[in-house]
Design a protein. Structure first.
Lengths: 112, 115
């Protein structure tokens, strides 16, 4: 069964600090990998989309990396802000079957 | 333009009652998706519409769940004889194309509580 596992489940960081979220997947072959940000009470919003041939993509203070060989991705948040407090969801699109598999998310809390 | 909207934002219902959840996708978006997000869980795919037809209903958990889309726009997810395990946030998303490679834009969700 294709899976997407994220770690840690939650973390607390101080405003201004950096953090890195991990995503391991077993989906293969895959078409693309996405990171979403979900604020409390809202729907997910796309941060980055990477195909299997890309190994890094940035969106402002968010930088996603992808290692298709080890089937790992990470999302790095630089100089965190209070507004970064949210859940971050890793999603993998299967190349065959056109199916999205969602990770359980990492809940980030940024404290002043 | 306007994003994906969903109504109601919150719904509390008694066990055994039927509920209808509505999704208004972004105008012109061909594809529409329904997902369920239970507390502390990842998103669970329910059903996918391409225009008014639903080529993938594989995620619907039981025959108590159904959905329709009319005019290639508004979609309604209906849950009959609700159970407590149906309590979750129901999210709708739409995309401009029918392949799942296209970006999906999510609505704010409907929080359903079955008492």
């Amino acid at each position: 069964k294709n899976q997407v596992e994220q770690s840690p489940q939650s973390l607390i960081i101080l405003e201004g600090k950096n953090c890195t979220l991990q995503c391991n997947y077993t989906v293969s072959p895959f078409s693309n990998l996405r990171w979403y940000k979900q604020d409390t009470g809202r729907g997910p919003v796309s941060l980055t989309i990477m195909t299997f041939s890309e190994n890094t993509k940035s969106n402002g203070r968010y930088t996603a990396t992808l290692d298709a060989d080890t089937k790992q991705s990470s999302l790095h948040i630089t100089a965190s802000q209070l507004s970064d407090s949210a859940s971050y969801i890793c999603v993998v699109l299967e190349a065959a079957g056109n199916k999205l598999t969602f990770g359980g998310g990492t809940r980030v809390l940024v404290k002043p | 333009g306007a994003g994906v909207s969903q109504s109601p934002s919150n719904k509390v219902t008694e066990k055994g009652k039927d509920v209808e959840l509505r999704c208004d996708p972004i105008s012109g978006h061909t594809a529409l998706y329904w997902y369920r997000q239970s507390l502390g869980q990842g998103l669970e795919f329910l059903i996918y519409f391409q225009g008014n037809s639903a080529p993938d209903k594989s995620g619907l958990p039981s025959d108590r769940f159904s959905a329709e889309r009319t005019g290639g726009s508004v979609s309604t997810l209906t849950i009959q004889r609700t159970q407590q395990e149906d309590s979750a946030v129901y999210l709708c998303a739409s995309s401009v194309g029918t392949s799942r490679t296209y970006e999906q834009y999510f609505g704010p969700g409907t929080r359903l509580t079955v008492t």
